[in-house]
Design a protein around this ligand. Structure first.
Ligand code: ADP
Ligand code: MG
Length: 476
C-alpha cells in the first residue's frame, strides 16, 4: 500500500478517536482535511485560525504522539488554514507546528482585576471585574529532565525535582532548594522541573525568574510606587522558580518583599523552587526568618560529577546536537576538565569551533592541543576512576565487574593492575584505592602492587600490557 497523506491521517484519526470524547472528535477533528505529505511533514487543513489555536492548546500532545507513531520520530505537523469569510479566495496559509519535540511552555492566561496593568497599576484589589493576562514562563525548552544526566552527584536533587514536577505544591519538598557550585547544573535542573510541571499540569502558571531580575523589578516597582502590584503579580503564580537566591544577600528590602510572596505562595499550597550557590547555613547577609523558611522543605546539593557521569553528559549533548565525536576525544575532554560542566561544555564548543574554522577533523591530537590551551593552569592528576576506566577498556571488561567482589581470574588481574597504577600515579592512600576497587583493605592493595611487579618481571605478555597501559595513562 502506498503511503499518502490520507492514509497517514486516517491512521492518526483512528487513534485520536479512541482517545477523546465523541463530541470533541466530531467538533475538532472531523472537519480536518489532510492535504499534503512531504518527507516527514504532514499538512492538515483546518477551517480557521481558531481551530488551529484550539488544537494546539488542547490536543497538541495527542497529535504529537500519533504523528510520531505514524510517520516516525522525525514526524512533523503543519497546518494549512482556510482564510476566514471575506478572503475566501485567498490561498490557505500555513503555520508550522512548534517543532514537535518542544514542549509547550506557555502559561494559560490568568484572570486579574480589570485595573491590572503589568507595568503600573494603582490598586489591584479594589476595582471589580476580571481580565486575562499572560505570564511568560521564561523556561528554556532545552533544559529538560531527560537531558539532565543522572549521577551520584545529583541523585537526590534530581529525584526530588522529579517528584515536585509530578505534584507541585503537594510534596514535602516545598520549598525545594537546589544548591551547589557554579556550572554544576542548578539552573538546568530548575528549568527542567518547571518544564516537567508544564507538561504534566498545563494549567498551572509557572514562572522562572533570576533573582537578579526579581531584585531589579522590585527596585522599579519602588520607584513607580507599585510594590503592591509587584507582590500581587508574584502571588498569582502556581509555581515560582527563583534562580540564584544568594543574590539577595544584603538586600534587606528585596528579602522583605520576597518573604511576603513566599509566605503567601506557601500558605496556598503553591510550589517554590530556589537555587543557590551555597547551602542555607552558609548564606551570609540573609535574614534569619527567610533562611528558616528555606529549610522548611528540602535542600539538595549538586556536586561535581564523576568521570563516567561527565562522559554521559557529553554523550547526551552529542545526541541532542546531532554531533558525533570519537570516543577517545569525549573521554579526554571529560577527563581533563574536572572543574565544572559549564567549563567542559566550553571546551567542547571551542573544540568544535577550532575544527570547523580550520577545517580539521576532530581527533584526539586536536583535542589535546586545544585543551592544553584551555586548561593551561589546571594541574591534572590522573584519578583512580580514570585508571579503572582505561584498564577496563583495555581488557574489555565492564567497570562494575572491576568494582565487584568477583574472583574471576581476568577480573582479579585487571583489578590488581588498577590498584598498581593508582598507587603509582595518584596521591590516594592505599585504603582509598582499596575502597574504589571493590571495597578491599590496604593490605590487599599492597599485595596487588607486589603481584603486579613480580609478574611484570616474569611474564613478557604481562609486561607488554603494563607498558601499553602506562602509555595510555600518561598525559603528554
Ligand atoms: P549552574 O546554574 O549550577 O551554574 P547550569 O545549570 O547553568 O549550572 O549548568 C551548566 C551547563 O552544564 C549547562 O549547559 C547544563 O545543561 C550542563 N549540565 C549540568 N549538569 C548537567 C547534567 N547532569 N546533565 C546534562 N547537562 C548538565
Ligand atoms: Mg545558574
Amino acid at each position: 500500500m502506498t503511503i499518502t497523506c490520507k492514509s497517514v491521517w486516517d491512521a492518526c484519526i483512528k487513534v485520536i478517536k479512541d482517545n477523546i470524547p465523541a463530541h470533541a472528535f466530531k467538533t475538532w477533528f472531523e472537519p480536518i482535511v489532510p492535504v499534503r505529505l512531504e518527507k516527514d511533514t504532514l499538512t492538515i487543513q483546518v477551517p480557521s485560525h481558531f481551530y488551529y489555536e484550539w488544537l494546539e492548546e488542547h490536543y497538541i500532545n495527542l497529535l504529537k504522539k500519533v504523528i510520531k507513531k505514524e510517520i516516525g520520530p522525525e514526524g512533523q505537523l503543519e497546518y494549512s488554514i482556510v482564510m476566514d469569510n471575506n478572503q475566501k479566495d485567498a490561498n490557505p496559509y500555513t503555520v508550522k507546528l512548534p517543532t514537535s519535540n518542544k514542549p509547550d511552555l506557555k502559561n494559560a492566561p490568568i484572570s486579574v482585576p480589570n485595573s491590572y496593568n503589568e507595568n503600573q497599576i494603582k490598586n489591584p484589589f479594589v476595582i471589580p471585574g476580571l481580565k486575562k493576562i499572560n505570564i511568560e514562563s521564561n523556561l528554556n525548552p532545552a533544559y529538560t529532565l531527560e537531558n539532565f544526566v543522572e549521577g551520584d552527584c545529583n541523585r537526590l536533587a534530581r529525584s526530588a525535582g522529579y517528584a515536585v514536577s509530578k505534584k507541585p505544591g503537594g510534596t514535602a519538598f516545598n520549598p525545594l532548594l537546589i544548591y551547589g557550585g557554579v556550572g554544576l547544573g542548578k539552573s538546568h535542573l530548575a528549568h527542567a522541573i518547571g518544564i516537567g510541571i508544564k507538561n504534566q499540569h498545563p494549567n498551572k502558571t509557572v514562572l522562572y525568574v533570576a533573582s537578579e531580575k526579581f531584585a531589579h523589578q522590585f527596585i522599579d516597582a519602588l520607584k513607580n510606587n507599585s510594590t503592591n502590584d509587584f507582590i500581587h503579580f508574584y502571588q498569582m503564580v502556581d509555581v515560582l522558580i527563583l534562580d540564584d537566591v544568594q543574590f539577595f544577600s544584603g538586600k534587606v528590602k528585596t528579602q522583605d518583599v520576597f518573604f511576603h510572596i513566599f509566605n503567601h505562595l506557601h500558605q496556598n499550597g503553591k510550589q517554590i523552587i530556589l537555587t543557590s550557590d551555597k547551602p542555607p547555613v552558609e548564606l551570609q547577609g540573609m535574614e534569619q526568618r527567610l533562611l528558616s523558611r528555606f529549610k522548611w522543605g528540602l535542600s539538595a546539593d549538586l556536586t561535581l560529577p564523576d568521570l563516567e557521569t561527565r562522559i554521559a553528559i557529553l554523550e547526551k549533548k552529542m545526541q541532542y546536537e546531532g554531533i558525533e565525536l570519537p570516543r577517545d576525544v569525549v573521554e579526554y575532554l571529560a577527563f581533563s576538565i574536572n572543574t565544572n560542566i559549564r567549563e567542559m561544555e566550553g571546551a567542547w564548543n571551542s573544540l568544535l569551533a577550532q575544527a570547523s574554522l580550520n577545517k580539521k577533523s576532530i581527533t584526539l591530537e586536536l583535542a589535546k592541543q586545544m585543551i592544553d590551551k584551555f586548561v593551561k593552569n589546571t594541574a591534572r592528576e590522573v584519578s583512580i576512576d580514570y585508571i579503572q576506566k582505561v584498564v577496563c577498556d583495555y581488557f574489555d571488561l565492564p567497570l562494575e565487574m572491576l568494582k565487584s567482589k568477583t574472583r574471576k581470574r581476568e577480573v582479579v588481574q585487571a583489578r590488581q593492575i588498577s590498584m598498581y597504577f593508582s598507587k603509582k600515579m595518584t596521591k590516594s592512600s592505599l585504603a582509598s584505592i582499596g575502597q574504589h576497587c571493590g571495597g578491599k583493605d590496604h593490605a590487599t592493595v599492597l599485595h596487588a602492587c607486589r603481584t603486579v611487579l613480580n609478574l611484570s618481571e616474569t611474564d613478557k605478555q604481562f609486561k607488554v600490557y603494563l607498558e601499553d597501559l602506562e602509555k595510555k595513562l600518561t598525559i603528554q
